[in-house]
Ligand binder design. Sequence first.
Ligand SMILES: Cc1ncc(COP(=O)(O)O)c(C=O)c1O
Length: 390
Amino acid sequence: MENLQKKANNVLMHTYNSLPFSLVSGKGCYVKDSNGKEYLDFIAGIAVNALGYNHPEFNKAIKKQLENIIHYSNLFLNKEQIELAEKLTLNSHFDKAFFCNSGTESVEAALKLAKKIGKTKKNGAWKIVAMHQSFHGRTTGALSLTGQKKYQSPFVPLIPGVFFAEFNNFDDLKQKIDSDVCAVIIEPIQGEGGIHPADKEYLKKVRSLCTKENIVLIFDEVQSGIGRTGYLFAHEYFDVYPDVICLAKGLGGGLPIGAILSTDKFSQFEPGDHAATFGGNPLVCSGANAVMTELLDNNLIEHAKEAGVYLKQKLIELQGKKSSIINIRGIGLMMGIEFSSGISGIISACREKGLLLVGAGEKVIRFVPPLIVTKKEIDKALDILENVIK
Ligand SMILES: Cc1ncc(COP(=O)(O)O)c(C=O)c1O
């Protein structure tokens, strides 16, 4: 492994402080490293591997597609993509889909769509209001909407016209709204910012305000969407329905896909406005269709909801035993535990004992396991964590 690290240092740009080993195989919620050591994986590629590893139906679908055709241009009709768009729209209030390759690209697409709507339907309105502590991705547009200095600082000035409001503070948002605002973008559960769910009442007020002021309401559900909350989409939990939604991560079950969905009223792209060479190609869509089938037809959403309730209950029990845990937050299988001090030691000790966990900021450990996780696996993960916390 030392050798691999050396090679990595030689040839990779230093964008990640990667751990000094790689993973070579996986099955269900478990992965193995190159020494044969097994880990229970509660990172899941950071909320990506919805079906875990080596899921038979997922593998079958992509193998079949692989042997037929993996890519052709969107210049041709794409059956797998249309099937995926049908699954997403028939199971939501949205009417239309656009496919891209990642979360940040889905935010770029939503941003362009909102800007076009502002220009053509709202007298040239061009400003966007985003939230402090948000995370929307690393490309220039998405980074402009990301309300965290640590990500933005090396790259300012970013795109103009972005204003930040305090998350869950309706009065602050209201103050930021004027007739030049074309869109508001919110993560219904802030993920990278530390697993902070929005207040239901707050989101309802935001919805009413956007409708009244003719502002596009965008929900970034890149991390919280696709079954993670125990609902297909997080906004169903909140009972608040955005005009546009951003999706990625779990949708492809490990294959790179992003999407935006919108209602017909807001579906204002025309040929030439936006595109992606690889966006929604047959291979990634065949994988995403398998994920959607598991969620919708094979009870995975209900399973995730039940597992999420169990996880929360166990985390609350753990908090009762450990005074260093100061808060438990989240919905479904997107949970965070906040500690009174830094978490890096806890994460590495858990890894030693065979549990993979990831942080969300300095003091929050995030739980985003595969949606197929069982109660037994949750028990095992929490046993390891309990033993590790002093
Ligand atoms: C809410 C949210 N939006 C956007 C992104 C960016 O997604 P990607 O890394 O696929 O570009 C992330 C990634 O963590 C995210 O959590």
